[in-house]
Design a protein around this ligand. Structure first.
Ligand SMILES: [Zn+2]
Length: 243
């Protein structure tokens, strides 16, 4: 039964691949449900113009924290695109390396999260070295339609996010690192989703491409010691959509 279930990837960057048109075809032909995130409203619009959304390939409206230059401009562009979007991502907070200031990021993120909660839209969220602020903002606008992607925070922060209703998406790079393995083992099975974060994650040391989605599931399934991961993820994805 399990090989009839379509695989789901809740966080993928189609626009970051040069051969995006052949990958778009492949994901449709292979029936891989893929949420293609974008890092700015401009990229979201370009993707929507290039590719019709299908049963399998969808686009999410994003404002990546590292790509914010002018917060008012980001908010304005986000607002303009919002009526065309069903999904939100990649959004988030990132205080690592050279990033826009905390105030700038919080300003934009809080605005987006408020809209997301009010419209009950599915969101995929990035967080790096900013977990406490993330928890604060999510707590201000409750919603059970949020996926934390490639989580790297503490176990206490993870339990708080779980109590706020968040799901967690896992990739093969997490499943193949020691610290990642410990984190993913703590996620309850009914909150697990799968992401590739392609092209940024690796499967067996090689850059992710959508041909590797089956291998990604096998790798994560092995780390979690479950043999029906596709069923678990399919059920969880239906659950988060129906929240
Ligand atoms: Zn990403």
């Amino acid at each position: 039964m399990s090989d009839k279930i379509s695989l789901i990837d809740t966080h993928f960057h189609l626009d970051k691949y040069q051969n995006h048109s052949s990958l778009y075809e492949l994901m449709n032909i292979n029936h891989q449900y893929t949420l293609c995130v974008t890092c700015s409203p401009g990229v979201f619009l370009s993707c929507k113009k290039l590719y019709p959304e299908t049963k399998y390939v969808k686009f999410a409206l994003g404002v990546h924290p590292k790509e914010i230059t002018d917060p008012e401009k980001s908010i304005h562009e986000f607002n303009i695109c919002l009526h065309q979007a069903k999904y939100i991502g990649e959004i988030g907070l990132d205080y690592s390396g050279a990033s826009p200031s905390r105030d700038i990021q919080l300003n934009v993120f809080r605005h987006i999260i408020k809209q997301q909660a009010e419209r009950n839209m599915l969101a995929t969220i990035h967080v790096k070295k900013a977990e406490e602020d993330l928890i604060t903002v999510l707590g201000e606008y409750p919603s059970s339609k949020r996926i934390i992607h490639w989580f790297s925070g503490s176990s206490i922060q993870m339990s708080t996010l779980l109590s706020q209703g968040c799901y967690f998406s896992i990739n093969a790079s997490m499943a193949q690192s020691e610290s990642g393995k410990k984190r993913i083992a703590m996620i309850p099975k009914d909150r697990i989703l799968i992401e590739s974060d392609g092209p940024y994650s690796k499967v067996d040391g090689k850059r992710y491409t959508p041909e590797k989605l089956t291998d990604l599931y096998r790798t994560v399934g092995c780390a979690l010691q479950v043999n029906n991961l596709e069923e678990i993820v399919y059920r969880n994805f239906l659950n988060i959509l129906s929240q």
